[in-house]
Design a protein around this ligand. Structure first.
Ligand code: NDP
Length: 500
């Protein structure tokens, strides 16, 4: 009969006699190699850290549920979206560029990732607190992130590098406007909206498809920190948003978000005034109204951060029937990159870590082995087709989409529309206070070590968006606005040469 062992043991289950004293040859003698307890303890400690996420390294998360509140069956057959359905979720919020120990109050977009543990498998929506993104082609992603992270030479972050990249990539202006607006530093993870940012496909049981954008509107209300408030918070508490999330849930204040979608038919997309798959653009509410589809509530904090949040792997390619990708070029790159980064960070069997496992049963396929294989494969056949009772492929009804055209690198040059939406934001969405905040934040940021020529080139972006905005920033960053006006008259190629 086995004896239940409740005392401390080695990793292999044997009793562990002393956790504080090494085995030595005599009282003052050297430590013995045969002290296997010490060796095991130190060796495990040496391996405690895993590679941090290359982006979104610092984050916090919580569990909860999503309840579908509207009949969307004519748009999507996804089971978890059907009215009345309640689905467990894990949400993770993060900053982007900082390391695992960086401050929560940095000016940076916030990641807003949700894993829906649906009855048809996991669906991951890996968005941000901003409806748009800096670039529209994943080919630029490593360069963009390098410009945000530490420099090769001195391991310092550089505002100069950020504005250099941004001003040479004017499609980024819309996201810069959001980042430098008062929403650039949310007061907490609870007080911000989430957006799927990309366009996704929904399809119904009749194989009709639609294009969709997600909006998670905070029920706590938007609250932000000014530049000065953020500096004060960071000086006192580098983890303020993580702490806020845990404390609120511990106190029974469960944060919630009202979930909305914008839906476009393929015909509307074809006739849309600009590329509806360009992630640097929103779909104006006036053209494509939002409709409410559900509510997300977070009511359980993790009890082991590493196991449940650090090892949580969100992956935009985790779709369920009824939802699929769109041709958004940035999304297409992320479909590869997130899965790939988790393979590097957590290993080939990261899907078997409990927090990442689907709740509708174990994965059934013919992928085998690799580090830490604890799968339910058992003794079954490891090839398909087989006639030995292994799982057979299931029909998927995803509709065909008529993509066509020349295989080529189709350059999407900067165009008027790249300035138009930020201009609507500046002139119509923002009030006097928000405009003041934007100008202050941009100036403070540029005055943090940006070269004169790069300030001038950056101000050309703002000039093309709205001369009033450029004038106000120019005054605060010591740039001659007359020069900016002249530079703005050049072609983009001439501007690049003139500010080289
Ligand atoms: P609307 O007036 O219908 O919507 C404006 C949106 O702007 C609201 O959703 C509001 O969010 C949001 N907003 C307000 N202040 C900020 C800020 N500082 N940073 C980011 N978002 C903010 O207008 P349109 O739909 O025609 O869009 C106009 C402009 O608003 C766009 O060009 C874009 O720059 C911006 N925007 C549009 C969104 C969209 O999906 N259409 C989403 C977010 C921004 P809230 O309701 O929470 O106050």
């Amino acid at each position: 009969m086995s004896k239940k062992n409740t005392g401390m043991t080695s990793s292999f289950g044997a009793p562990w006699p002393d956790d504080n004293t090494s085995l030595t040859a005599g009282r003052g003698g050297p430590v013995l190699m045969q002290d296997v307890a010490l060796l095991e303890k130190l060796a495990h400690f040496d391996r405690e850290r895993i590679p941090e996420r290359v982006v979104h390294a610092k984050g916090a998360g919580a569990f909860g549920h999503f309840t579908a509140t509207a009949d969307v069956s004519k748009y999507s057959c996804a089971d978890f979206l059907q009215k009345g359905k309640k689905t467990p979720v894990l949400a993770r919020f993060s900053t982007v560029a900082g390391e695992r120990g960086s401050a929560d109050a940095e000016r940076d977009p916030r990641g807003f990732a949700v894993k829906f543990y649906t009855e048809e498998g996991n669906y991951d929506l890996v968005g941000n607190n901003t409806p748009v993104f800096f670039i529209r082609d994943a080919m630029k992603f490593p360069d963009f992130i390098h410009s945000q992270k530490r420099r090769t030479a001195d391991n310092l972050r550089s505002n100069n590098d950020m504005w250099d990249f941004w001003s040479l990539t004017p499609e980024s202006l819309h996201q810069i406007m959001v980042l430098m607006s008062d929403r650039g530093v949310p007061a907490s993870f609870r007080h911000m909206n989430g957006y799927g940012s990309h366009t996704f496909m929904w399809y119904n049981a009749k194989k009709e498809y639609f294009w969709v954008k997600y909006h998670f509107k905070t029920d706590q209300g938007i609250e932000n920190l000014t530049w000065a408030q953020a500096e004060e918070v960071m000086a006192k508490d580098r983890d303020h948003a993580t702490r806020d999330l845990y404390t609120s849930i511990a106190n029974g204040l469960y944060p919630s978000w009202t979930v909305q979608v914008q839906i476009m038919t393929p015909e509307q997309a074809r006739d849309f005034p600009y590329d509806p798959f360009d992630v640097t653009k929103v779909w104006p509410h006036g053209l494509v109204p939002v409709q409410e589809i559900g509510k997300m509530v977070l009511d359980r904090a993790p009890d082991n951060y590493f196991q449940q949040i650090e090892q949580a792997a969100f992956n935009p390619s985790a779709f369920v029937p009824g939802i699929a990708a769109s041709p958004d070029k940035m999304l297409q790159g992320r479909l590869f990159s997130y899965h790939d980064t988790h393979l590097h960070r957590l290993g080939p069997n990261y899907h078997l870590i409990p927090v990442n496992q689907p709740k509708n049963g174990a994965a059934r396929n013919y992928q085998r082995d690799g580090f830490h294989d604890t799968s339910a494969a058992g003794a079954g056949p490891n090839f398909w087709p087989n006639s030995q009772g292994g799982p057979a492929p299931q029909p998927v009804i995803e509709p065909p989409v008529p993509y066509a055209g020349d295989a080529d690198r189709h350059v999407q040059a900067v165009a008027d529309i790249d300035y138009k939406q930020p201009a609507v934001m500046y002139n119509k969405v923002m009030g006097d206070y928000e405009r003041e905040q934007l100008v202050t934040n941009v100036s403070n940021h540029m005055n943090g070590g940006v070269d004169q020529r790069i300030k001038e080139r950056s101000l050309v972006m703002f000039w093309k968006m709205e001369p009033d905005c450029a004038k106000r920033i120019a005054q605060l960053v010591g740039v001659d606005i007359g020069k900016v006006e002249k530079l703005a008259a050049l072609s983009f190629e001439e501007l690049v040469k003139a500010t080289a």
